[in-house]
Write a protein that binds this ligand. Structure first.
Ligand SMILES: [Zn+2]
Length: 371
């Protein structure tokens, strides 16, 4: 039987339910997560024992452990619900821990890439500066979106923190079993963040003006036992200052063309590769958001995060790397929840990031394998 999430809510507590659904959708149920039974057999054992007592951990009998032979003992349902829409903002901060336990975290991407890099000549990682799951899914327009998975940015959604979170510590370049590493960046080589992101690459880092530049260079490389890391502009550059209202559609379209050209180039070179694309954070666009200004008592340069500790139900604290100290240490920083801002936006700030929201905190991880 197909039902929606409202109907599921209605049946909870009335009957034992075995459901096929996106576990992320559980965040939309009204009781604390995680509360579901991991085993359908366990529910039946309890019921057969006559112990009908539910507690805070299990306020109702619900399991996603689908066992066809047990269907007749449950209300067996398929729940049609897409949790990856702006409605996630209604539950994101409240269900943060649960959501982080269901999705791959940005801080685990490097482990994921490292563990999966078996038997390939080459690993290529494209780091896009600013691309939300929402803008990606809405504008990419090719079948490849079915191979993408949503990632949760598990901290302040800021460029330097997002990028370093993706690369991990020690960074991927030092972990992968490779002989050669090449870096390409749209940013200046003198940008301190470029130094951090490409430490371990030695002199093999180039500033590039266009993606065709990168493709031209890769054309001449032997990709055996090679890691290539590319920092490419994304929606971050157009969100902070842009004369006219920017068009995310066009940017995502260009990005898609570049990624497809990269895939085709590696296929032509007849070498096996894993090609990844991900982003440091998404963008919360001004024209889609009813921001609410809150006065937090300090002058704030950044509308969506604070560098000091101030307990507030509108702020979520994270322990983040401080790049100002040597050696690097951790500091507490506050991410504004949706839809709060601590400074009013200027007219040419088309979007913001730094806080936690569906738009800022859920980004894509795209993997394409060439055998
Ligand atoms: Zn960024």
């Amino acid at each position: 039987m197909d039902i929606d999430i409202r109907e599921l809510n209605k049946y909870l507590g009335l009957v034992p339910i075995m459901a096929k659904m996106n576990p992320l959708s559980l965040a939309f149920l009204p009781r604390p997560n995680p509360f579901i039974f991991s085993s359908s057999k366990k529910i039946l054992e309890i019921l057969d024992d006559g112990q009908l007592v539910l507690d805070n951990h299990h306020p109702y009998y619900l399991t996603l452990d689908w066992q066809p032979e047990l269907e007749s003992r449950f209300l067996a349902v398929k729940v049609n619900h897409n949790p990856l829409t702006p409605e996630l903002n209604n539950v994101l901060s409240e269900q943060w821990d649960w959501i982080c336990s269901v999705l791959v975290k940005q801080s685990n991407i490097s482990d994921y890439i490292f563990e999966n890099f078996i038997g390939f000549d080459c690993c290529i990682l494209v780091l896009v500066d600013g691309l939300s799951w929402h803008d990606f899914i809405g504008n990419w327009k090719s079948d490849i979106v079915n191979q993408a998975q949503p990632i949760i940015v598990d901290g302040i959604s800021k460029t330097d923190l997002g990028m370093t979170r993706i690369l991990g510590n020690p960074p991927l370049v030092e972990r992968l079993p490779i002989d050669n590493a090449y870096g390409f960046s749209y940013w200046d080589r003198t940008n301190p963040l470029t130094d951090i992101l490409f430490s371990g690459f030695g002199s093999r880092v180039e500033k590039i003006k266009s993606f065709d530049n990168v493709l031209g260079q890769i054309q001449n490389l032997n990709l055996e036992k090679t890691y290539i890391q590319i920092v490419r502009q994304g929606l971050d550059e157009i969100c902070h200052r842009h004369r006219d209202r920017p068009s995310p559609e066009n940017y995502v379209h260009e990005l898609r063309k570049d990624f497809e050209n990269l895939i085709n180039l590696v296929i032509e070179k007849k070498q096996s590769a894993q090609i990844f694309l991900t982003s440091d954070h998404g963008i919360l666009w001004q024209n889609n958001t009813d921001f609410e200004y809150i006065n937090i008592g300090n002058k704030n340069y950044h509308p969506r995060y604070i560098n000091f500790h101030r307990a507030s139900p509108k702020v979520q604290m994270f322990s983040e790397i401080s790049f100002a100290s040597e050696p690097l240490s951790h500091v507490l920083m506050g991410a504004l929840k949706y839809p709060y801002i601590v400074r009013n936006l200027k007219s040419n700030e088309w979007g913001v990031h730094g806080g936690i929201s569906f738009e800022e905190s859920i980004v894509p991880l795209l993997k394409y394998e060439i055998f």
